[in-house]
Design a protein around this ligand. Structure first.
Ligand SMILES: NC(=O)c1ccc[n+]([C@@H]2O[C@H](COP(=O)([O-])OP(=O)(O)OC[C@H]3O[C@@H](n4cnc5c(N)ncnc54)[C@H](OP(=O)(O)O)[C@@H]3O)[C@@H](O)[C@H]2O)c1
Length: 260
């Protein structure tokens, strides 16, 4: 789908990657509607990009249901909002688990459900979901986050099959570790020496590729991580042994919950 002239709703626009996606989409000629909870972060970005804003808590079923009434017609959804979900599951509150499931999984599903009939009427539209390499391969200390991102990947893949031939595109964009801004940087986690990262701008470029070329899956990560994730998904036990050897549990464990 062409982005030039399209109206695009970006969730999580207040976040690190959301900013980069919004700026890149504007450069592509899209007209933007930006959403997030923090109006004080949303407004300056909206002013810079001549965008409309809707402040909404996607964890609230009522606010989520009302969101599309406030946006009016849109051509493209970029479902980017998410909460980090690292930590020991047993130590997490029920509220925190529910919030993760609501924002990371329920909200994208409900937005897609509401948009599909409208897109079908027009025979056009694109649904893009920001997943993660954590939706391809699991890591220690990330069971909740892995659950939401694996879920989002399965949802996207199935929906793409359901909507084949309708004119509606569906994509899952899966970044690896993102530097400079966003939830990974905010966690303060330090990666083993030599681990390569990607920039928020590379993720934004992946979003553009996914929408304009109607790609089902775009992994935005260095080659070694892309390969490792694919192999890890084929051999989960081997992946677990490699992660244990690399001390992944200690790296995640010492920073779990920093994003609460
Ligand atoms: N950073 C990475 O290394 C990385 C790697 C792979 C995938 N990703 C994915 O990339 C996407 C963007 O992440 P990021 O790194 O930019 O994280 P971030 O800076 O923490 O941004 C998260 C965004 O989600 C929004 N959000 C959270 N809870 C919300 C709620 N209840 N209602 C509405 N919005 C809510 C936040 O908005 P408010 O705070 O204003 O509510 C914020 O805009 C996520 O889907 C994430 O899983 C990130």
């Amino acid at each position: 789908m062409k982005l030039n002239g399209a109206t695009v709703l970006v969730t999580g626009a207040t976040g690190g990657i959301g900013h980069a996606i919004a700026r890149r989409l504007k450069a592509e000629g899209a007209s933007l509607i930006l959403t997030g909870r923090r109006a004080e972060v949303l407004e300056p970005l909206a002013e810079e990009l001549d965008a409309r804003t809707v402040v909404a808590d996607l964890g609230s079923p009522e606010a989520l249901a009302a969101l599309l009434d406030q946006t009016g017609e849109i051509d493209v959804l970029i479902a980017n909002a998410a909460l980090p979900g690292t930590g020991n599951l047993v130590e997490m509150s029920v509220e925190r688990i529910d919030a993760n499931l609501a924002v990371n999984l329920r909200a994208p599903i409900m937005l897609a459900r509401a948009l599909i009939p409208r897109f079908l009427e027009r025979g056009a539209g694109h649904l893009a979901f920001i997943g993660s390499v954590s939706g391809i391969v699991a890591s220690p200390g990330s069971s909740l986050y892995n659950a939401t991102k694996f879920g989002l990947r399965g949802f996207t893949d199935a929906l793409r099959q359901d909507l084949h031939g309708t004119g509606i595109g569906v994509s899952n964009i899966e970044p690896g570790f993102v530097r400079d801004a966003g939830m990974f940087v905010n966690s303060g986690m330090v990666l083993p020496r030599g681990t390569r990262t990607v920039s928020p701008e590379q993720v934004a470029a992946g979003v553009v590729r996914a929408v304009t070329k109607n790609r089902g899956e775009v992994v935005v990560a260095p080659a070694e991580l892309r390969l490792g994730a694919r192999l890890g998904s084929l051999a989960p036990s081997l992946n677990a042994a490699i992660q244990r050897r690399a001390g992944a549990a200690d790296i995640v464990g010492s920073h779990a919950g920093n994003n609460d």
